[in-house]
Design a protein around this ligand. Structure first.
Ligand code: ADP
Ligand code: MG
Length: 360
């Protein structure tokens, strides 16, 4: 062993930086799906169709009927930090879109082959573009990377092929395509409960039968029945829209649907929590709610909880983590307390009526 002197410090190339970021943001196919769904919702889509090969590792394709992308924006589409949703840092305080960093499509283009076909209402025809490592590239049969005219409906079709083709270690970590597919279904189901006025579909590319199919005339409750179980939907208690107190300090409301104290939900995936329409995790809130239910629930079953929290955007800090699942908010403890109170009230209201119906 020979002690060596320090090696010289060098700046990483932009491609290495972007590849590292891509691997951080897109851990697995279901992360890519979440980003693509949020983009389609941001584009005002009322129909979102998803097609999957090999758990998303071979192909993720999402077709929406949103406002589309202007042809002139296609060269920048997959560039890191290029976005139509944020201009100034202070815009974060009034953000109403899911996206804002301009990192998702860039990341996806650094770890898969991306094809985009898009058409705005004003366009006479659609445009097709291919991307690699953030940039437009030519197809095998063409010499120019310029977008080509293509037949298309209004909206956008984004295909990501061969996810992690250039990251062999990451790719090898995925043992089961069906496990990845189930994670994809889990994400879509949750968005479908929260956005019942979008027609959702998801299928395996080789299959003619969709695994998820909802209509744009549906409701959260109907989608819960369809996508989870009818038994669960029959047991649901509504958490009516509740203003959390003190109202002028918290500026927050909560609403949702929850399982009752007798529901026997033994599967996973029963935690649907949205803050300002974004699916997030809040371990703290989840724990607080679970302990509310432990007094009632049979061993081995857990609560099923869908809650939508709306807070003044100035009070949420979304700029925390690239995957944005970990969201922090001001007055977190008071807000959690308020939510627990609203859920408790829904549960106790149900208990009273059951006691009442037994007595009468
Ligand atoms: P962000 O959503 O943070 O802006 P993305 O990388 O996800 O970053 O998307 C970059 C930009 O591409 C968006 O700001 C939007 O203008 C455009 N875009 C992406 N997907 C769609 C879509 N399905 N329909 C319309 N525009 C889209
Ligand atoms: Mg986005």
């Amino acid at each position: 062993y020979e002690p060596k002197g320090p090696k010289p410090i060098k700046k990483l190339s932009i491609d290495v930086i972007n590849s590292i970021a891509a691997a951080e943001i897109i851990h697995r196919p279901s992360n890519a799906i979440k980003e693509l769904i949020e983009n389609s919702l941001d584009a005002g889509s009322t129909s979102i169709k998803i097609s999957i090969k090999e758990g998303g590792l071979k192909l993720i394709q999402i077709t929406d009927n949103g406002h589309g992308i202007n042809k002139s924006d296609l060269p920048l589409l997959c560039t890191r930090y290029a976005t139509s949703k944020l201009a100034k840092f202070s815009d974060l305080q009034s953000l109403t879109t899911y996206g804002f960093r301009g990192e998702a499509l860039a990341s996806i283009s650094y770890c898969s082959h991306v094809e985009v076909i898009t058409k705005t209402k004003e366009d006479g025809c659609g445009w097709k573009a291919l991307y690699a490592d953030g940039e437009l590239v030519a197809s095998k049969t063409e010499s120019s990377p310029e977008p080509k005219p293509a037949a298309a409906n209004d909206g956008t079709v984004i295909s990501a092929e061969d996810l992690f083709y250039n990251m062999p270690l990451r790719k090898r970590a995925f043992k089961s395509a069906s496990d990845e597919y189930n994670r994809i279904l889990d994400v879509i189901q949750k968005y479908a409960v929260h956005n019942p006025h979008v027609a959702w579909s998801c299928k395996k590319a080789q299959s003619s039968l969709p695994d998820i199919s909802t209509s744009a005339a549906s409701s959260s409750r109907a989608n819960i029945s369809l996508l989870y179980t009818a038994a669960l939907a029959a047991d649901l208690l509504e958490v009516p829209e509740t203003v959390l107190q003190p109202a002028d300090k918290l500026c927050a409301t909560v609403r949702g649907w929850i399982s009752n104290a007798n529901t026997n939900w033994t599967r996973r995936g029963g935690w649907l929590f949205f803050i300002n329409n974004r699916l997030v995790d809040s371990t703290k809130l989840k724990k607080a709610l679970e302990s509310l239910y432990t007094a009632f629930l049979a061993k081995g079953s857990s609560p099923w909880i869908y809650l939508s929290l709306e807070i003044d955007p100035a009070k949420v800090d979304v700029n925390v983590h690239p995957t944005k699942s970990d969201v922090h908010f001001l007055s977190e403890d008071e807000i959690i307390e308020g939510i627990v109170g609203a859920v408790q009230q829904a549960l106790s209201g149900a208990n009273t009526s059951r006691t009442f119906s037994v007595q009468s």
